[in-house]
Design a protein around this ligand. Structure first.
Ligand code: PMT
Length: 397
């Protein structure tokens, strides 16, 4: 979303300026062209040279600097921005914007811009809770500014509480979110992710290598595009994406219950989870002991959740995944038909960079009408957006 976009990064003076160095690195890594404006006090914390070196562009500091104005004037900066990002935004900066003051380069440029403005506040807890500050924040929100909530924890001033600048990765995700087209606004989507665990006894289980990355990427991207998202997740180490309703389950049976309970509430189901096809017939109540050289475990079939959804489709958009190690297209096409799907995402999990526990995937989309689309290696985030582009075509509000 940030590739080729111009981001004006406004930095005001607080200790959290050091975190913005990493934020700038993430923005440029994501392909954004970044122009930095620093207030006088921001320059007391980190020098403009750091931001100039990392952005590859001159840093703007002064409204009345003839040289800077000649190179790229403040109105031009305001005009060319696709996104104005304020991090950290101090109580003073937010107060000035709320009151319509434009007495330096940063506040003047903010007032002049027509781009969306994303504000990442950071300050002492007492300042944050001050009713005057809260009123100012409300003025910004009502004026269409996008406000991030500060994080809680130990602050640089020694206080404990709300007021920390959110982590750079979270600010980046919020920036992408502001820029993503909201083409799925109002759409209710359920996505499953991760593995299931089928317990043998209190300390052992059958499972697979799914990390949940694919399903979580879909949940995050769908949320960015305006969906109301329910994420039914097997056991993973991932934090739920912001704004997503995450339901944690363990076994295939629990996943089935969680999905079916919410089925009536959604128009789209994407099943990225790697569900165990079999489970032990019996789960031992106590830890199983060694009894001989061989152990035979009897397994029984788990319910096929997606096949069940296909039988009671009721106009819903159903998208499945097929993880294969051979005859990718034939197996995926068979599942597409058998489970009554609109589309299936086929990934050959034996290929490097595809499938389980990596940040990328190599996929083909097989459609119910017989079309097939083939893609090169993409990040799972890109796969998610490609998948959602197809949902946007099928979805009829
Ligand atoms: O989680 P990651 O580490 O990011 O890895 C991503 C992934 C490889 C898990 C993902 O890209 C993927 O391929 N998910 C589906 C894996 C799978 O189990 O495929 P399958 O061919 O066994 O199942 C086909 C479809 O039926 C899937 O949508 C699956 O969720 C569903 N299914 C399968 C069995 C079952 N009992 N119930 C189901 O709903």
């Amino acid at each position: 979303m940030l590739k080729g976009k111009t981001v004006v990064l406004g930095i005001s003076g607080g200790i959290a300026v050091y975190k913005v160095v990493e934020l700038l690195r993430l923005l440029t890594k994501a392909g954004a062209e970044v122009h930095v404006i620093m207030t006088r006090s921001a320059q007391e914390f980190v020098t403009p040279l750091t931001f100039q070196t990392l952005s590859g562009n001159p840093v703007h500091t002064d409204l009345f600097n003839l040289h800077q104005e000649q190179e790229i004037g403040h109105i031009s900066l305001a005009d060319r921005a696709d996104l104005f990002l304020l991090a950290p935004a101090t109580a003073n900066l937010i107060g000035k914007i709320a009151q319509g003051l434009a007495d330096d380069l940063l506040t003047t440029s903010i007032m002049a811009t027509k781009a969306p403005v994303l504000v990442a506040p950071a300050m002492n807890t007492n300042m944050y809770e001050n009713p005057i500050y809260q009123r100012n924040e409300k003025i910004l929100a009502e004026s269409g500014y996008h406000l991030l909530e500060p994080a809680s924890g130990e602050l640089a001033c020694g206080w404990e509480g709300k007021g920390k600048l959110p982590e750079p990765g979270q600010i980046l995700a919020a920036a992408e979110s502001v820029l993503v087209p909201k083409d799925l606004l109002g759409c209710r989507l359920l996505v499953t992710a991760g593995p299931t665990r089928e317990e043998l006894d209190p300390v052992r289980y059958l499972s697979n290598y799914s990390s949940g990355k694919m399903g979580y990427a879909i949940a995050a991207a769908a949320r960015q595009r305006g969906c109301t998202v329910t994420l039914v997740s097997g056991p993973t180490n991932l934090a739920a994406p912001v704004g997503v309703n995450c339901i944690r389950v363990s076994s295939a049976a629990e996943m089935r219950d969680a999905v079916l309970q919410r089925l009536e509430e959604v128009e789209v189901v994407v099943k990225a989870a790697a569900v165990a096809d079999y489970r032990p017939v019996q789960r031992a109540q106590q830890k199983m002991k060694k009894t001989g050289d061989e152990l035979v475990i009897e397994l029984e079939r788990n319910p096929d959740i997606l096949a069940e959804l296909g039988e009671r489709k009721e106009g819903r958009i159903l998208i499945g995944f097929a993880a294969e190690t051979e005859r990718l297209i034939a197996h995926a096409a068979e599942k597409l038909k058998k489970k009554n799907l609109d589309m299936i995402v086929a990934n050959d999990v034996s290929r490097e960079g595809a499938g389980f526990d990596v940040d990328t995937n190599i996929v083909r989309f097989l459609h119910a009408d017989g079309r097939m689309e083939e893609f090169d290696l993409m990040s799972k985030k890109q796969v998610a957006h490609q998948l959602l582009n197809r949902v946007a075509v099928l979805y009829k509000p």
